[in-house]
Design a binder for this molecule. Sequence first.
Ligand code: FAD
Ligand code: FES
Length: 491
Amino acid sequence: MAILLGKPGSCWVAAARSTNYPQLEGSIRADAVVVGAGIVGLTTALRLCEAGRSVVVVEGLRTGGQVTGRSTAKITTQHALIYRHLIDTVGRELAQVYADANSAGARQIRDWVREYAIACDLESKDAYTYTCDESRRAEVAAEAEAACQVGLEAEILDHAPLPFETAAALRFSDQAQFNPAMYLVGLAEAVTAHGGRIFENSRATSIDEASRWRIVTDGGAVDAGHVVVATNMTVKSPIGMANRTQPRCHTAMAFRIDDPFTVDGMFIGIDDPTHSIRTGHDAEGPLLVTLGPKFNTGWDGDVAKRFVELEKWARKNLSVGDVAWRWCNEDYDTADRIPYAGEPDPAKAAGFHIATGFNAWGITNGTAVGAMIADLICGRPSPWQKLYDPARPYPEDFHKNGRSQSIVSSTHDIAPGMGGVIVRGEEKIAAWRDTEGALQAVSATCTHKGCTVTWNTADHTWDCPCHGSIFAADGSVIHGPARKPLAQITL
Ligand SMILES: Cc1cc2nc3c(=O)[nH]c(=O)nc-3n(C[C@H](O)[C@H](O)[C@H](O)COP(=O)(O)OP(=O)(O)OC[C@H]3O[C@@H](n4cnc5c(N)ncnc54)[C@H](O)[C@@H]3O)c2cc1C
Ligand code: FES
């Protein structure tokens, strides 16, 4: 078993102030209830508050600690190679809408940071998509041309400004990066300053049509004319979203660096295995943050090995010191690389809004769709509705379920600090041994649709290989679509 260096957790979350909003208790009403205090939920909530609507935000954990707070938080319209693909597949008009929506999302973030004086280390940086492979120069050139067709300024370079050999790069100037967790803490403050109410540690366990929509948590309930399910993967939807998306996970590592300009810019590679690079900092100083290639959540039996590989790659190619932080993060891909957002079934479920499938580009897309949903709730149609239409056709064979990678024959096969799944007839038990050797067990059957979970050897979580639910070792929900914990089992 690999011994992983660095503190477990996101450097952005560690550097952000902790929020302490109360738990939901009793029954309350609002014009709109937003489920999830990530970038989508808080953007929607703030836009609604600014428009004078009464808003309640219900968050299952704490503000900013989930997918947004664990991302690389590049604020850019450069989403690797996307515009050529969009023009070729959905056409020039929708590619233009994608560029417009993401440009507006990027502008909205900068405007709010200024307007609400949000301390989130926002800084302008150029964004680069690079290849180390001579034979891929033409793809980079084609992307530059496609970006220009939709009005984005793009420049081709012979090399990326990186300390290792590259064969071509695409530069979008004057993009930005920030600390996403600090940004969300600031958005939450702006929401409450406008009279919005935020409740934390308040997981929505049911969402039903009552006196319009009713959200129920363990402690209380909210009735509202509109519900916005901004839970990254929908925890409820009038049309199934699980088959339209595929959960993908990445490993992330933050290294100590002496010079905050070790690399100057935000970088995404297009070669296999892909890597992403940016700088940032925590309380102790500057950091270089790298991402490893994506993999299907719960499909890898040894995530720890991926961290070892990422560290090896970073040490070979970049000038980095000690590992400071390490974490996993997941987002959902869609077949056409466009998120799903809006009202999936206005005829049968009017006022029910969702947003998912950000393809790991949800900082600008998430801000755009949050603003769009708020506008729709306020009765203002959006030019982006068709692009993000959650009910658009999708290839039936896009989504794939995986299998647990952690089946062991007995608890004796589980070393301290490790987990394994034991099959006893119909029952599947997820057992975990703590570092002292004591064994704890929960059901290995995911509470979403019953798949068997995989032990994540790095984060020490139970990850579902079907639709990406993530549970803590004790079975509590970290990430949906599951809403209920894994059942407790006494061994
Ligand atoms: C490794 C990685 C790097 C990335 N880097 C970038 C990048 O550089 N630029 C970019 O544009 N995008 C990036 N992304 C994508 C981007 O981070 C996400 O698309 C975006 O943050 C998703 O925001 P969200 O609001 O949907 O999710 P979240 O931030 O996860 O918010 C959802 C919230 O809902 C809560 N919730 C869930 N279920 C319930 C429930 N039942 N009741 C109440 N609350 C609930 C969760 O606790 C969470 O706080 C990256 C993604 C990954 C995986
Ligand atoms: S997330 Fe769907 S079955 Fe586990």
